[in-house]
Design a binder for this molecule. Structure first.
Ligand code: NDP
Ligand code: HSE
Length: 451
């Protein structure tokens, strides 16, 4: 990283006696990028005072030069379609990437970092797929890499994990990190609607994208889980390490069943550290819908909000809450990173480098200890309960509660287990499906918190 004050040609807004401007190349000017431009403009005087030098946008890379940009307060001559050319310019200090996707974003950012430029990015997909390429390039170029906006939008979350909690040992991170799916599940909980109906509402209100696959199938949350786990446990975790199950299978019946038990259902990202069966310290990272009691701090997180619950040995329980998406909230996090990077360039400080010294193995989902809520349609005759209990015993799964309801054709058993390796729980469900007395397995959901 350049530890000298900003270099290159003299910026337009430099006055006699002023520090030279810190020059920003913006890659992307869509939902987030346009708000970054607007906030940079509106808060220019405050930002200058906070940094000790002005920020100057020296170029903006976009895909379509002709696209209407709704009166953004920038000179139209700043726009270019040559992002790599912009990154390579000598008069760029900080590269801000709000385009998204793996390539060409990775090539642009690696180029920027290797040549000592500071990088601010909101690109969760890239960080989760190949964060190593960015961190290695940052180390090679002695450059700053900031990415607060990549997880949970406006919520200051990565900086606490990356800095404030570095004196502690984080044991578990449990989060609602996808606003679209939280809106859908909150709506299903409040109105009794099914998944399709709630998705339709989310689309109409502009929460869900035209193609909601990344959200509802858990890909977006899995990328964020990988980033959180890497920071929390000082270990490189990629999206491929994260067990992922989407929430499209959650039915109105599941939600009603959760309600009867004083619970709701959330799409959770869970990253935890602990010994595996052989006693080896390891991590488990997973994304799936789960039933949680209404008393759990995450149960009350409604609408499209995000929240992340962090447990650490010395700090105890911490909760982070706020808007996880949207142009302006996300731009707030991007701006915070730009200010940090700009200050560092003026003072010669550096962002904390990657901490991956722990190299913990990642446990497969089968070895993760989870709990299941199983809803069975069963025959109504003597011995049913004993037969079902026998299956749990065979797979060494302990039953926490059993509830029986209905008669004859409507006979149902609702079973909640104690914690057991997920593989044992899955094998139990498979064996139950083979029993003659089990007419159907109406639903299987994982359970988190003290249900
Ligand atoms: P948008 O699709 O709204 O904007 C993408 C921008 O990138 C557009 O300006 C587009 O140009 C530009 N672009 C696309 N391809 C290229 C290319 N090859 N060369 C140059 N420019 C290109 O995305 P968002 O603003 O929503 O998201 C940006 C990033 O922020 C993503 O990584 C996303 O995951 C992340 N993020 C987004 C959040 C949100 O709420 N939107 C929340 C948190 C993170 P053009 O304008 O010409 O189309
Ligand atoms: N699609 C994401 C969400 C955007 O719904 O939370 C923020 O990453």
């Amino acid at each position: 990283m350049n530890s000298e004050p900003a270099r290159g040609g003299k910026p337009q807004n430099e006055k006699e006696g002023d520090k030279p401007a810190v020059r920003v190349a913006l890659l992307g000017c869509g939902t987030v990028g346009s708000e970054v431009v607007r906030l940079l403009h509106e808060q220019s005087a405050d930002l200058t005072a906070r940094i000790g030098a002005p920020l100057e946008i020296v170029g903006i890379a976009v895909r379509r030069l002709g696209r209407a940009r709704g009166g953004l307060p920038v000179d139209s001559g700043l726009f270019t379609t040559d992002a790599l050319g912009l990154v390579k310019r000598d008069d760029v200090d900080v590269v801000v990437e709000v385009v998204g996707g793996i390539e060409p974003a990775r090539s642009w950012l690696v180029e920027a970092l290797r040549t000592g430029k500071s990088v601010v990015t909101a690109n969760k997909a890239l960080l989760a797929e190949d964060g190593a390429a960015l961190h290695d390039a940052a180390a090679d170029g002695n450059a700053d890499l900031y990415y607060e906006a990549s997880v949970a939008g406006a919520i200051p979350l990565l900086r606490p994990l990356r800095e404030s909690l570095h004196g502690d040992r984080v044991t578990k991170v449990t989060g609602i990190v996808n606003g679209t799916t939280n809106f859908i599940l909150s709506s299903m909980d409040a109105t009794g609607a099914g998944f399709s109906e709630a998705l339709e509402e989310a689309t109409e209100l502009g929460y869900a994208e035209a193609d909601p696959t990344a959200d509802v199938e858990g890909f977006d949350a899995a990328a964020k889980a990988a980033i959180l786990a890497s920071l929390a446990f000082h270990t490189r975790v990629t999206a491929a390490d994260v067990f992922r199950e989407g929430m499209t299978g959650v039915t109105a019946g599941d939600m009603a069943s959760a309600k009867e038990m004083g619970c709701t259902i959330k799409l959770l990202c869970i990253a935890e550290r602990g010994p595996d069966e052989a006693g080896v310290d390891s991590v488990s990272v997973r994304v799936h819908p789960a039933m949680i009691p209404r008393s759990h701090p995450l149960a009350g997180v409604g609408d499209a909000f995000n929240a992340v619950f962090v447990e650490a040995e010395a700090a105890g329980q911490l909760m982070f809450y706020g808007r996880g998406a949207g142009g302006t909230p996300t731009a707030s996090a991007v701006l915070g990173d730009i200010v940090a990077a700009a200050r560092n360039r003026l003072t010669g400080f550096r962002a904390p480098s990657e901490s991956n010294y722990a190299h913990l193995p990642v446990r497969p989902i089968g070895a993760a200890v989870t709990r299941y809520h199983i809803n069975l349609d069963v025959d109504d005759k003597p011995g049913v309960l004993a037969a079902v209990a026998g299956v749990f015993a065979k797979h060494e799964v302990s039953i926490a509660t059993v509830r029986q309801s209905g008669r004859e054709e409507d006979a149902k058993l609702v079973i909640v287990t104690h914690g057991a390796p997920d593989a044992n729980l899955a094998a139990t469900v498979e064996s139950l499906s083979q029993l003659d007395i089990v007419r159907s397995i109406a639903s299987v959901l994982r359970v988190e918190g003290g249900v």
